[in-house]
Write a protein that binds this ligand. Structure first.
Ligand SMILES: Nc1ncnc2c1ncn2[C@@H]1O[C@H](COP(=O)(O)OP(=O)(O)OP(=O)(O)O)[C@@H](O)[C@H]1O
Ligand SMILES: [Mg+2]
Length: 451
């Protein structure tokens, strides 16, 4: 026992009840810093005929938000129905799965209440007065009818989460959902659908077919604000009565880049490192933090590390330094000049010679090629001179790799006003402008915030 008061079993169960790097959350108490989004979604779903679409980067917490809202909106007579799409999904297939799950939940409920039910295919009775026969789903009309029936059979206010909508490869199938929503509105269906998908806009996901916009509340989800990141960290370490110094808390919050699964993962690995040795640990020190970070990096899923590995393994060392430079600052989209600035700062820290600017630019351009995982893409709608990581979640991983190599990145500084930023905090450090131009930018930003 290396954490006071926790044996092996209670340590493990407490750890996994607090930190879940690989499973969405559906509990409002555990969903941090999403109060505004939860309120907006609940309000929107109260409107008759309206459904919701949550979209944003991979890993920002879309499924967790969808499942938590579904739990809150769903009436207490049953649980929400949750289903995911894949590349081969069709609209009819998804609705068939939803109906099958609804039937299953009623069978389970009936088993629990040990009331014998007649279940010839789609017919059932419950302990209430419900007695509904589902229509078999084989076309648009029957899909709409079956969904309408959910409010007589499954629950008074049924909520369905359709996760990972972006993975459906067929454009026609995606568009079928727009038509479905329209018909549900026309039939005054009580069921509420919450979709999630990776994407920058709903237009991307519906491929420009926006006719469903009237029926859909759109919620763009950004990375977790700093206070939410700190909430997860504090909650975990307070429960185990382990002291985590402020600078390490700040590192975890910054390295995660606002992707909650990284916060969960790093905290989990630190707590496991605290538990491992024989002697009691009550404070986390820096070597322990680095060991845990190393474990976290090793366990990051292959899909996220793939492009980083492709860009760096077997290639000259400067590719690491350029990528770490890209992950510096709070700006998600970065201008060449600012990347060069970050790069030379990193070379100074490592006490190595930086590449000449011309050479830097040719090497940097390679990171946009397939040979280097195309890990960098153009930002700001393809404007020359502006770049971002192909996936923002990769940036958090790159930050962790930089930290492991003792390179300190600045998580707070905004070089550029008005571009997408990962900064959203009242707890982060105050940024001190360095040049007259930056002072102007900072003044502008403060003015904008004041409005
Ligand atoms: N607001 C939050 N507070 C605390 N933890 C969160 C929050 N949102 C998400 N998480 C945690 O982060 C992890 C990733 O969240 P989630 O699976 O919801 O993201 P996602 O956007 O659906 O990811 P993907 O794009 O891979 O489907 C989950 O394990 C969950 O535990
Ligand atoms: Mg998800």
């Amino acid at each position: 026992m290396a954490i006071k008061g926790f044996d092996r079993e209670t340590f493990s169960s407490t750890l996994h009840s607090l930190l879940s790097a690989s499973q969405p959350i559906d509990d409002p108490q555990r969903l941090k810093s999403r109060d505004r989004e939860v309120d907006d979604l609940i309000m929107a779903l109260e409107a008759p005929g309206r459904h919701a679409f949550i979209y944003g980067d991979r890993g920002v917490g879309k499924s967790s938000l969808a499942q938590t809202v579904a739990t809150l909106v769903q009436s207490s007579d049953n649980a929400p129905i949750i289903t995911s799409c894949d590349s081969k999904s069709t609209m009819l297939g998804v609705i068939q799965t939803v109906i099958a799950q609804a039937e299953q939940s009623i069978r389970d409920e009936s088993k629990e209440s040990s009331i014998s039910l007649k279940l010839p295919m789609f017919e059932y009775k419950t302990n209430t007065t419900r007695n509904v026969q589902y229509t078999q789903v084989n076309d648009m009309h029957s899909a709409v009818t079956a969904l309408c029936q959910l409010s007589q059979s499954h629950s008074d206010k049924p909520v369905v989460v359709i996760d990972e909508f972006d993975t459906i490869s067929s454009l026609e199938e995606r568009e079928q959902f727009s038509t479905l929503l329209k018909h549900l509105g026309d039939r005054k269906a009580k069921v509420k659908l919450i979709f999630t998908g990776i994407g920058e806009s709903l237009n991307d996901l519906l491929c420009g077919h926006v006719s469903s916009a009237r029926q859909l509340h759109q919620e763009k989800l950004c990375v977790l604000p700093w206070d939410g990141r700190y909430d997860i960290i504090e909650n975990a370490f307070e429960t185990f009565n382990i002291k985590l110094p402020d600078d390490i808390q700040y590192k975890i919050a910054g390295l995660s880049d606002g992707f909650p699964s990284y916060v969960h993962l790093i905290c989990e690995k630190i707590l496991v490192e605290c538990y491992r040795p024989d002697e009691l640990i009550d404070t986390v020190d820096f070597p322990l933090f680095l060991r845990a970070l190393n474990e976290a990096v090793r366990s990051v899923v292959e899909t996220l590390r793939h492009d980083y590995d492709k860009a760096t393994l077997g290639k000259p060392e400067h590719f690491y330094h350029i990528l770490w430079a890209m992950a510096d600052s709070a700006d998600l989209i970065r201008n060449t000049e600012h990347i060069v600035h970050s790069y030379s700062g990193i070379c100074d820290q490592l006490e190595i010679d930086a590449l000449e600017t011309k050479k830097f630019k040719t090497e940097f351009a390679k990171l946009r090629k397939e040979t280097h995982g195309s890990i960098i893409v153009r930002g700001l709608g393809g404007r020359p001179g502006w770049f971002r990581f192909k996936e923002n979640m990769v940036r958090g991983f790159v930050r962790m790799c930089a930290e492991l190599n003792e390179v300190e990145l600045d998580f707070d500084r905004n070089f550029t006003a008005g571009v997408q930023t990962a900064k959203a905090s009242h707890k982060s450090r105050v940024y001190q402008p360095l040049t007259p131009t930056e002072s102007r930018v900072e003044r502008l930003r403060k003015n904008t915030r004041g409005k």
